[in-house]
Design a protein around this ligand. Structure first.
Ligand code: BTN
Length: 259
């Protein structure tokens, strides 16, 4: 049976201090991200906006996030702190790594982050993160494919239903992930880059990986060596030179695998 989204059910599973202190459940909305940004002034720190469907779900670089009714988790989390403007790539990566850690721990499957915001299983995308900053506050948008069957998914995408062969309770998943995210958020706030790097080594897929990167200024081929302090990706090019790939420059990153 498919559960409907329900604020009380989400609360039942939450063990957080401030995340989910307010929960807004919507049925039909253009985008939870736009809703949260529009109401940012009046929403408290930790408010969760979650919807049954979105008709203008947004991904990175203006891409569409497919959001069929009652199937996936489409949520945006409002974070109000004294954030510096350069914090955005860190929060994007933190949320992606935390979501991957949660999914991997919960389901024992090999989920991984493809820098900076794609959560993959094998080569298929199961979740994505989109963080936006406005007036010093942050809105972290997350989409997770949960109960979609093949028809409800775009190309090269996976869902928990397809992986596990059963429907999952989205209230429980959203809450349990948020429990995990709040812990990671606190650790990141006290340890900063050091904590992100630790998560990156555990849950990101690209270290040592050969990649072709499409950027705004051309194509780079090389091997991923490290995560820079500002969350850029350090790549050793085929001629031995190093470049730091900034998230704002990234159009597409493709991993090269040899049979
Ligand atoms: C990506 O992979 O490019 C990011 C996808 C982020 C999708 C989520 S769904 C909830 C929130 N509302 C949106 O319009 N987008 C984010």
């Amino acid at each position: 049976m498919k559960e409907e989204l329900n604020a009380d059910k989400i609360k039942k599973y939450l063990k957080t201090d401030f995340i989910g202190s307010g929960i807004i459940v919507l049925n039909y909305i253009d985008s939870t991200q736009d809703y949260a940004l529009k109401h940012l002034q009046s929403l408290n720190n930790g408010t969760l906006v979650i919807a049954e469907s979105q008709n203008k779900g947004k991904g990175r670089l203006g891409r569409v996030w497919h959001s069929p009714y009652g199937e996936g988790i489409y949520m945006s989390l409002v974070l109000k702190d004294s954030f510096k403007p350069d914090i955005l790539p860190q929060i994007t990566l933190l949320a992606s790594l935390s979501l991957t850690k949660y999914l991997k721990t919960q389901y024992g499957l090999n989920f991984r982050v493809r820098w900076p915001n794609d959560i993959l299983i094998e080569h298929d995308k199961i979740a994505g993160v989109l963080a936006v900053m406005r007036d010093g506050a942050l809105v972290a948008g997350m989409g997770i494919n949960v109960n979609q069957n093949l028809q409800g998914l775009p190309e090269a995408a996976a869902s928990l239903f397809l992986l596990l062969g059963k429907n999952c309770d989205r209230n429980k998943i959203a809450a349990r992930f948020l429990n995990c995210f709040e812990e990671d958020f606190y650790c990141w706030r006290s340890e900063g880059y050091k904590y992100l790097k630790k998560l990156w080594l555990d849950f990101a897929s690209l270290k040592g990986q050969e990649v072709i990167v499409h950027t705004n200024s051309g194509i780079v081929e090389g091997v991923v060596e490290d995560l820079a302090c500002d969350c850029g990706l350090i790549i050793r090019g085929s001629m031995g030179f190093h470049i730091e790939l900034n998230v704002n420059d990234l159009v597409k990153i493709r991993e090269i695998f040899y049979e």
